[in-house]
Write a protein that binds this ligand. Structure first.
Ligand code: PMP
Length: 407
């Protein structure tokens, strides 16, 4: 096997020495991935040697900070195959990006307009649109989900009608791991002249995303799920579309000129980045994407697929366990949610946590999906490139023990 997960793992300080010597089987990557040493060091170096506010300060330290910030934006653009770095807007995270867009696009919408979301979406891509719908009389329509936990794309043309202005759905589910059939979705949206936003929070850590090829209009993600720090995210949008929107937030760094009568705005991306941006975090994000780009992504995908297969096989052999998500590995991330008859997800996560297996349990900010399946919660194991057979086996062995304890 060519992919060496152990070598990758050695780059992560968190796995080096654990309190009490207990191994860490970190399977909560969909909530937050760990950071490699190179990312941590890039941020320490920046804060040690180049820390200053950005926005064209005139002393040398400020110039260094400006250069680092600009370079970070260019790195993010390259990673996403975006030719124009000005289309990359730094935000505090995926949620902040989604809210920014909902406010900006929302200002253009009114009664009679429709936004299509889905029952597979994270609350981060539902709450902003629900708030918009309530505030501006916009109709929200929910694409349904299949029994396998995939977006029911066959219903797309029926749900995405002539009044639809935007289709805003997840690129991949944080619960079922299902990857959205983007071409069909884009075709349905284009047929009625609607724009498409993808929430890439879960997708980006697992696949290289070529935004021009994907053919969508807006994309967003969070740094902390792609081995970067918290407090940073990205909103990407096509230049013509972003330029036509009015920024919902005002402040320093986005103003061309301002007097008592009003203000003019700077060009993209600054007009959407009011206030001091997350500079150190942007440096960390760029370091993380540079680190990821050094891998052969198809090797990572094959490694994660093999582990997912092992996990799904193992879970199938545990009595009372039911996987909530596609049984096949096609168009599926290494995010595996399941229920255990007679055991509450929180109890399972706590007992396994004490054994060094880090999982997530509960609604996973996906209440429409949960209620559609008649569930009050699931246990979720989500893998990253540094996971290995040992992590999967620790989960499976621990699960068998836990079930005995809890039943
Ligand atoms: N969308 C999806 C699919 C997610 O999984 C998450 C995080 N769990 C978010 C959006 C929100 O990301 P953040 O909390 O970093 O803003």
């Amino acid at each position: 096997m060519s992919f060496d997960a152990q070598a990758v793992r050695r780059q992560f300080p968190v796995f080096a020495s654990r309190p009490g010597g207990q191994a860490l089987h970190y399977l909560d990557n969909a909530a937050m991935a760990q950071m490699p040493r190179s990312v941590i060091e890039a941020m320490v170096a920046h804060d040690s040697l180049s820390r200053a506010n950005v926005h064209r300060g005139l002393h040398p330290l400020a110039e260094r900070a400006d250069r680092a910030f600009d370079a970070a934006r260019a790195t993010v653009a390259r990673h996403l195959r975006v030719a124009d770095p000005a289309e990359i807007v730094f935000t505090a995270g995926c949620t902040a990006a989604l809210n920014l867009l909902a406010l900006a696009i929302g200002a253009e919408l009114g009664p009679g307009d429709e936004v299509v979301v889905s029952r597979l979406d994270h609350h981060s891509n539902l709450a902003p649109w629900l708030m918009l719908a309530r505030g501006r009389g916009v109709r929200l329509r929910f694409l349904p989900v299949t029994a396998e936990g995939r977006l029911d794309i066959d219903r797309a043309s029926e749900m995405i009608g002539p009044r639809c202005r935007l289709v805003a759905v997840t690129h991949a589910s944080n619960v079922t791991g299902a990857v959205t059939a983007v071409p069909s979705l884009v075709a349905a949206a284009r047929a009625v002249g609607a724009k498409v936003l993808l929430d890439g929070a879960q997708m980006l850590p697992h696949a290289s995303v070529d935004l021009p090829k994907l053919g969508v209009d807006f994309y967003c993600f969070s740094g902390h799920k792609v081995f970067a720090p918290t407090g940073i995210g990205v909103l990407w949008g096509r230049r013509d579309l972003l330029s036509a929107l009015t920024p919902p937030f005002g402040g320093g760094g986005m103003v061309g000129s301002l007097d008592e009568d009003g203000l003019t705005l700077l060009d993209l991306p600054y007009r959407f980045e009011a206030g001091t941006p997350p500079v150190t975090q942007a440096v960390g994000l760029a370091a993380a994407l540079t680190w990821l780009d050094e891998f052969d992504r198809s090797e990572i995908a094959a490694h994660e697929r093999r582990l997912t297969d092992r996990l799904l096989d193992g879970l199938a052999a545990v009595p009372g366990v039911a996987v909530v998500g596609p049984p096949s590995l096609e168009q599926r991330l290494p995010v595996v949610s399941f229920t255990i008859a007679g055991a509450h997800p929180h109890d399972v996560c706590q007992v396994l946590g004490e054994r060094g297996v880090a999982l997530r349990g509960g609604m996973l900010c996906a209440q429409p999906l949960m209620s559609g399946f008649g569930l009050t919660g699931v246990v979720r194991a989500s893998l990253a490139l540094y996971n290995d057979d040992g992590d999967v086996d620790a989960l499976l062995a621990g699960l068998a023990q836990t079930i005995k304890v809890l039943r």
